[in-house]
Write a protein that binds this ligand. Sequence first.
Ligand code: ATP
Ligand code: MG
Length: 414
Amino acid sequence: MRDNLVVAKPIYEIVRKLQDGGFAAYIVGGAIRDLMLGREPKDYDISTSATPEEIRTVFGRRQARIIGKRFRLVHVRCGHEIVEISTFRRNPDDTGQIAGKHKQQAVPENMIFRDNDFGTAEEDAWRRDFTVNALFYDPVHDDLIDYTGCGIDDMHAGVVRVVGEAELRFEEDPVRILRALKLVGQYGFTFEAKTELAVRAHGDLILHAAASRLSLEMEKILKNAYCDGIFNAFHDYGFLQYCLPYLEANWNSPARTYAMQLLAERNSHVLEGRYRNSISLAMAVIALPFVEAEIGLGQHGKLWKKNHRSGADIRRIVSDVFQPHNMIKRLAMSAQNILSSQPDFFNPEKKRSTLLHSSGYGHAREVLMLQNAVLWHDDKLTSTWPRPMPSKRRHSHSNHKRPKKRKVQHKNEK
Ligand code: ATP
Ligand code: MG
């Protein structure tokens, strides 16, 4: 565990600028966990006493943009990155009115639908979900503040403990159950006893969460380079049945085992910086063994013979695997294309140069190489199918308009 937290310079500057403007400002959330564990934070969240309008005054209209309706946040441009800055909030006095679409079941009476009242730093810490997520770090004065009194100890012990009363906090927002299990899967943390009881007893509350929020969480998990561990934790605590019922129903199948091996291989490539943390690639490797099981040539690793039905079969299987999540169409289509092209690598009738220059070659090749690393161990494949040349267009600063289909880039698919 690190005690000296080394913060990226631009982030330090953002905090300093807010403090120079007369506001309190801290780094909060996952970045502190990662810094304390010696991991590179994937992004930083900053919390401040400044209101969204005041934050925009500090950074200027060109650098700062207010976003969100329910939660008003400010996105501050920091080089190529966007840093999210939120104003301190407190727990709402009442639970508010129901907003959005929910499943038929009676909605838990404590469910919170409004959470946008500004507060103090301490109030902000108490509204957070887990003690390890309620630490505040001021990098300018090197000050780590633990308002709940348990956060630092829980970080050292690797313990996930709800801030406040576990059942109530899960009822208020069932997505917290998923977030608790993410911490267990991602860091190998264990649960404090009451938190564990509530996770085990109330997993089904997640059925009340808004579908759009859950799908967004699923995309975040698929980007995460520890997602194989997260899915294992979901299964171990009886949560996968609500989150990815297809995977749970097939948990004891060879296809699921192979899917997890491919996913673990993808994750180690992401951690080594060799692959991007693409969502569609993760979707493709999870679905591939199930495609093989249904339409394949009898054994994992043998792929399938392409025919006029295979496109529709792949589409259906990808959709089944990720039910009930309405994954963004573009991501699902990209996963289907990656899968569809796998048999092409072994088809002597397919022109090699056509495949090499096809737009999806890079991702399709990555999935090919992951299968090779887990199953085939064929050295020749790497030379037969070389890395794609870096796209000139991606690095170009010219004013040429991009073709339409490349223009749409989902923010989560960096
Ligand atoms: P990650 O590394 O995945 O970003 P994170 O903990 O930073 O993990 P965020 O979604 O970025 O997750 O949230 C930032 C912080 O906001 C959390 O650490 C937590 O303090 C607080 N938070 C997020 N979601 C909730 C929630 N549902 N209830 C209470 N607090 C929350
Ligand atoms: Mg975060």
